[in-house]
Design a protein. Structure first.
Length: 236
């Protein structure tokens, strides 16, 4: 399942299989009913956020600046310091590998740091419970968050976001930096000098370049700090 592809590294050889994408507009509908908003998994997360803000609904605004689709965000419980998508989910419609469609209720779902129990073949749709707030106030808050993100993340370069999950109580970026890897380059890929948990790429970069940097960080951080860095990015 391909969402927006913003958390994926596809090997140079490509994918030996079928890649599905919910690109038909039928999968991108967004509907508001009171404080409940329902979105197709193919919708972009930024559309869902802007719809909710226009309707004066707060909650998802903390996800501002996270690229990708609603389906991808649900799969990995996208979020940050101010909250994650999972805490607002009330129902999720899924399609199983045997072709059954069913709706999972809130009490059948669990979300944690970059984890969701939505492990069926396809997430089709989800509903979110939000709360009313003045759209101008929400927008002001979003603007602040966005400015902070722009100051700390290398958003002008191509990347797949954070490469590694933060180990419990630690920052993966800090560990990579302390291992002396900030700015280290392989081919046209390098650990960002703005945020070392981002690998930024320039034209001509290959997946192999990125994979070499990943191996290097895992080896150095393990030997210097005894910490095993776990991937956040999915490698296909
Ligand atoms: C600049 C930048 C900043 C980022 N900042 C953040 C951040 O602050 N917080 C954060 O959590 N992430 C962040 N990310 C990572 C990424 O944007 C999120 O993980 C995003 O939610 C991935 O969504 P996507 O649609 O692009 O998923 P993809 O990358 O396409 O896929 C990710 C995974 O989800 C699965 N998937 C996608 N759609 C479906 C579906 N409909 N059904 C079942 N499985 C599906 C895929 O199979 C894959 O395993 C950032 C990325 C970038 C490039």
């Amino acid at each position: 399942m391909l969402g927006g592809g913003s958390n994926l590294l596809v090997r140079d050889e490509g994918v030996a299989g079928v890649v599905l994408s919910l690109s038909d507009p039928a999968f991108s509908k967004i509907e508001v009913d009171g404080t409940r908003i329902t979105a197709g998994a193919g919708a972009s997360l930024s559309h869902l956020i802007s719809h909710s803000v226009k309707a004066g609904l707060a909650g998802l605004d903390v996800l501002v600046g996270i690229p990708g689709s609603v389906g991808g965000a649900l799969h990995g419980n996208a979020g940050g310091k101010s909250g994650d998508i999972g805490q607002h989910v009330r129902t999720a419609k899924v399609l199983t590998i045997s072709g059954e469609v069913y709706v999972r209720q809130e009490d059948e779902l669990s979300f944690a740091y970059r984890f969701s129990s939505l492990n069926e073949l396809i997430i089709l749709e989800a509903s979110f419970e939000l709360h009313h707030e003045d759209p101008e106030e929400i927008t002001r808050r979003m603007r602040k968050l966005w400015i902070m993100k722009k100051a700390t993340q290398p958003l002008t370069f191509q990347s797949a976001g954070c490469i590694f999950k933060n180990p419990r109580g630690m920052s993966a970026g800090w560990l990579i930096e302390q291992a002396g890897l900030k700015g280290t380059k392989v081919g046209e890929a390098e650990f960002s000098d703005r945020h070392a948990n981002f690998i930024v790429t320039r034209p001509g970069a290959t997946s192999q370049d990125v994979l070499k940097l990943i191996d290097l960080a895992q080896a150095k951080v393990s030997s210097q700090f005894g910490v095993d860095l776990e991937l956040e990015v999915q490698i296909w």
